[in-house]
Write a protein of this length. Structure first.
Ligand code: FEO
Length: 164
């Protein structure tokens, strides 16, 4: 059985993962309208992954005697100044998610909830991948100097190789 505090922080994470999914969906749509079909594919896949993260939390909360709440999500940004700015926003967002996962780990320790502590390690590992993946994209983008985005767009899906 989850304590009220652990249930609340896991429900807060449901909101964060669901928002992440919508954020990447919104970015995918923006990229698609700009003709960046490779980036759009990457971002749509990322949005699906985030939805899977949300569902993982929902399943766990309910399985452990809590009640997963599906909240309203705020509107993600519609426009991006550039591809670079958009992927910088991805990295910044993933760092925030990592911080919130670490807060869950810390609360589990306080509450002596070693079951959830163990369960949430999957997300700890996942966040290493998520940040590494965003960093790798930014490194590649820096190589383009904002030019030749055609090649970048064509090749971006190969950067997902190790995740899927
Ligand atoms: Fe589910 Fe990208 O954090």
């Amino acid at each position: 059985m989850l304590s009220k505090r652990v249930e609340a922080i896991l429900n807060a994470q449901v909101e964060k993962e669901g928002y992440s999914s919508n954020l990447y969906l919104s970015m995918a749509s923006w990229a698609e309208t700009k003709g960046y079909s490779g980036m759009a594919t990457w971002l749509y896949a990322q949005a699906d992954e985030e939805k899977m993260h949300m569902l993982k939390l929902v399943g766990y909360i309910n399985e452990r005697g809590g009640h997963a709440i599906i909240p309203a999500f705020k509107q993600p940004p519609v426009e991006h100044g550039s591809v670079q700015e958009m992927f910088e926003a991805v990295l910044k967002h993933e760092k925030l998610v990592t911080k919130s996962i670490n807060d869950i780990v810390a609360l589990c320790e306080q509450e002596k909830d070693y079951t959830t502590h163990n369960w949430v390690q999957w997300f700890v590992t996942e966040q290493i991948e998520e940040e590494a993946s965003a960093n790798e994209i930014l490194d590649k983008l820096n190589l383009t100097d904002g030019k030749n985005l055609y090649m970048f767009d064509r090749d971006i899906m190969s950067l997902r190789g190790k995740e899927d």
